[in-house]
Ligand binder design. Sequence first.
Ligand SMILES: Cc1cc2nc3c(=O)[nH]c(=O)nc-3n(C[C@H](O)[C@H](O)[C@H](O)COP(=O)(O)OP(=O)(O)OC[C@H]3O[C@@H](n4cnc5c(N)ncnc54)[C@H](O)[C@@H]3O)c2cc1C
Length: 374
Amino acid sequence: MTTSDASPTSAFADEQLMIDHVNTNHDDSLLLLARVLGDRRTATAARVVGVDGEGFDLVVTVDGAQHAARVAFAEAAADLAQVSTQARALVQRARALSGEEGETSIERDISRMRSIRTFITSVSAVEDVHPHLRKITFAGGDLATFEPLGPDTFLYVLLPPSGRTELPFDQSFSWDEWQQTPEDERATGAYYTLRAWRPDVAELDMLFVLHDPSGPASEWAARAQPGDPVGLWGPREAFEPPADTNELVLVADDTGLPAVAAIVEWAPTYWRVHVVAEVDSPAEQQPIPHRDGVKVQWVHRNGRAAGVDATPMLDALRSIALTNDRVYVWGAGESRAMTAVRTYARRELGLPRERVSLVAYWRHATSTLDDDLD
Ligand SMILES: Cc1cc2nc3c(=O)[nH]c(=O)nc-3n(C[C@H](O)[C@H](O)[C@H](O)COP(=O)(O)OP(=O)(O)OC[C@H]3O[C@@H](n4cnc5c(N)ncnc54)[C@H](O)[C@@H]3O)c2cc1C
């Protein structure tokens, strides 16, 4: 499973990534939409050519000829997360109206999402790594039955609504129900990466960036104390290197570095690994495991705001001497920075889609759906 079907936050770096993903992975669901909602019952193929806050523009193949079709969302979408939600709702509506049995890929994703568990647990320890990074350890409760996935395993940390200390849900938590709940009674939270898992004591660590401006999750992390209850919805993963990979390029800001460190720990020792790691200053560098074949380049913002200028990250990437084309580029950080890295990897390095995985871990306040859709 990838982050691309995450709810409630979408991890698409931009509109083009979403369109590419849907056309590549969900052509069967698009055909259902075109046949039923696009009123082209005899269509044999459909692909998305545009998306905005109101719906999708499709090109539909009928009897070998191509036609434009528009499928409108039931509710306007303000960002790419809401576009994902509306797209899932469209497919469900098309299925119901079709009267046909069956399950397309998006419907299978919906079933998988519904099967993801929620672990109720609590904070057992907190440690200030530096003034803008807190390690939080969770233990007890349902973690006795937790099992991680790949090296970038991540979970949605579900927290009490603002101003409350009790969780308004239990193990039966679902995003469908969350969406029906009034905003001030809903769980808050965000995705965080599993940095360490100790199965013998059923404890896990996560590293929380304390950013400014803050949000509900970072504010909670700044105040977290042993005993505070949380829900962990997951696990999920997005790191999927092709089977023949022998060289990795990992690029991340502070939020992606816990995953980078875990990937470096996991990577076979015969792989070459190039890391480009962006943090504010040497004092904020996170430990990346050392071994032969792993090269780490630190990029320092030196007081510049995070997520506004991808140039230093790109300059560092351009200095990497790759040894062959069996490379996999994985990155995590601010949405537009990841879009810039994707353009570099696809256009300048000429890597095919399956060798590039760039995940928007957060979105700068000035980055809107309108920016993405321009
Ligand atoms: C799969 C995945 C794994 C992740 N793993 C981690 C992790 O291990 N550690 C971690 O710290 N984060 C991680 N993140 C990122 C984290 O989910 C986001 O930073 C999230 O926005 C934090 O939520 P919030 O409630 O604090 O802020 P929000 O309410 O989302 O945003 C509030 C404000 O903060 C700004 N903002 C958000 N994040 C940052 C940032 N990092 N730097 C500067 N400004 C920011 C926003 O632009 C906005 O203006 C991960 C994200 C994903 C999708």
